[in-house]
Design a binder for this molecule. Structure first.
Ligand SMILES: [Zn+2]
Length: 322
């Protein structure tokens, strides 16, 4: 019998579906459901802004050859919007935000659906069910594995939510402000009862100007907020401007560190659950450890006292007193 020259390992690989996902967060959700059986091609890598991403030639060909594409949806993948909608019509691409019931979706003041649903872990069960159903439809032989993996992952999401609730409860209600660069944490804030304020809107492409920076500075001072957060996928050029503008009106604000918004991180933060845990620790620890305030009225009084003392000494020397 003639042995085939083709190594056996290539047979299942060739039969595996080509799965393409947009972000590293979507990749982790899909991996949790499919259990690492197939290769997943991720278009928007760690640290790349999902709003700003444009497909490379290699990414475009991966999309063309894909059997299934999972994406966040809601227009957050701004550079891929048209391509993904066309693939969705062909039942090749699946928008995770469409799995979420309408009453769980948040809208901006202008009535636009906020796409950042993934930052609330209590909503992730819906995309997980969608991924499970899509995978089961194309690969019914593995229905048991997909079902079991989904249940396991959803249980871990429940544990994550319980842990977040506990950590967040360490904060005084009046200190629960979450100030970020763009409006990415509304779902998180809605679930865990934070007040939010951001420099830019729901897209990082909405640039904040000097007026927004000054408005932010007075908001921080008025509400006695002393920590602001950066985001892993957004340039931090304006954060320092906010810190300086706030200092100039007599209130000290510190940079609380970098939150993972558009993508997962490295090491312990390289999974969805890991990135959410890192975010929550950064937020809670940052708020619990505010910078030392140099209260303006007190320092002003010291300066006044200093000037009067100098004047007294000077006049004494000149013999003008008594
Ligand atoms: Zn965003």
């Amino acid at each position: 019998m003639v042995q085939s020259q083709v190594p056996m390992v290539q047979v299942p690989m060739a039969q595996s579906p080509e799965i393409v996902v947009t972000t590293t967060v979507v990749a982790d959700l899909v991996e949790n459901v499919i259990g690492g059986n197939f290769n997943i091609y991720t278009l928007i890598n760690k640290g790349v802004d999902v709003h700003d991403y444009q497909a490379s030639a290699e990414d475009s060909s991966a999309l063309e050859n894909a059997d299934i594409v999972f994406f966040l949806g809601g227009g957050v993948e701004e550079g891929l919007d048209k391509t993904l909608i066309a693939m969705e019509d062909d039942k090749k691409a699946f928008s995770l935000i469409k799995s979420i019931p309408n009453d769980k979706l948040l809208k901006t003041e202008d009535g636009i659906v906020d796409p950042h649903f993934w930052l609330d872990p209590t909503i992730i069960e819906y995309p997980v069910v969608m991924i499970r159903d899509v995978m089961t439809a194309i690969d019914p032989d593995n229905i048991d594995a997909y079902t079991r993996n989904s249940v396991d992952f959803m249980n871990r999401l429940i544990t994550l939510d319980e842990w977040i609730t506990e950590r967040v409860n360490e904060l005084d209600v009046n200190s629960k402000f979450l100030v970020t660069q763009h409006a990415s944490f509304e779902y998180f804030a809605n679930q865990y009862e934070f007040q939010t304020k951001s420099l830019a809107g729901i897209s990082t492409n909405d640039e904040a100007g000097i007026a927004e920076i000054d408005d932010m500075a007075s908001y921080l001072r008025t509400n006695r907020i002393s920590v602001i957060f950066l985001e892993s996928t957004v340039p931090d050029t304006q954060a320092q401007a906010v810190i300086d503008a706030t200092q100039a009106i007599g209130w000290t604000v510190k940079n609380g560190g970098v939150l993972f918004t558009g993508s997962v991180g490295d090491g312990n933060s390289s999974t969805y659950i890991g990135m959410m845990s890192a975010n929550v620790n950064l937020i809670v620890d940052g708020i619990l450890n505010p910078p030392v305030q140099q209260e303006a009225p007190v320092s002003f009084l010291w300066i006044l006292l200093g000037i009067s003392m100098i004047a007294v000494v000077k006049r004494k020397k000149e013999g003008a007193l008594y």
